[in-house]
Design a protein. Sequence first.
Length: 287
Amino acid sequence: MQGTTVRRVGLVLAVTALTGVGACTFSDSSDRPGKDDRAARGTSLAALRSAERATARAESARVESTTTMGSLMSMTADGTLGWSDGITGTLTLTYTGGTIADTMRRLGTTSMEARYLPDAYYARMGDTFAEQADGRHWIRYAYDELEALAGGSGVHLGDQMRTTTPDQPVKLLLASGDVREVGEETVRGRAATHYSGTVAAADVTDDGLKKQLNDAGVTTETVDIWIDERNLLVKKVEKARMTTGRMTQTAHYRDYGVRVRAQRPPLSDTGDFEDLMRKKAGTAGTP
């Protein structure tokens, strides 16, 4: 069953390490906005546009996040990401529950290092996995090659890593029809303004965002973000209703402008995901 195990783990890592779209609490937008509501929304949109620009200019940040996908998995991520020239960065991903954590545990580890570069990301597995993968500890996932993953859903996976930077939740809120300012709150000791909104994929006019939501199977999503006095995103909570169930992600951002490093692993210790799947396909199910 070694080939089957390696192939299954390779697939789930492609999904979870690239997961960026979350879900949010669903607000009631059935009431038509009045004059005061429209004025308040205009103020909120202006603040969000300032946050989008400031966050994009910062070019890097330290990220801490938790993600749950029903009974499939729960995981945490911690590290740095940069977005000045494509996506770069290094995160430590730890699987804390669900069926994926069980599979990882059988391979000797529930934590792995993920390195993100503009053209691909690399996942480092443990020794048990390497024994089943020609002695190589790293798996390389080229974003372009992920297009063929799982019958085409890899298009979404590749796009997701390119859109996990903190300015993306702000763009989602700008596409929302009911964005509102919730009020002033404190996030890890910092004063911040809380904004919330619901995004329905069918109502999004931005082609890129619409494709992102549709490819992910997201029908409805709400986004909550907290912006500090520097117009920088310090927290986000996304909860999405997807065709496959519910997903929730909470992320905190700090140390904007932090130096980001992400080196390609040694070629001799790296297996390409596409090659690995091709080699193991012939042995899948073989005892």
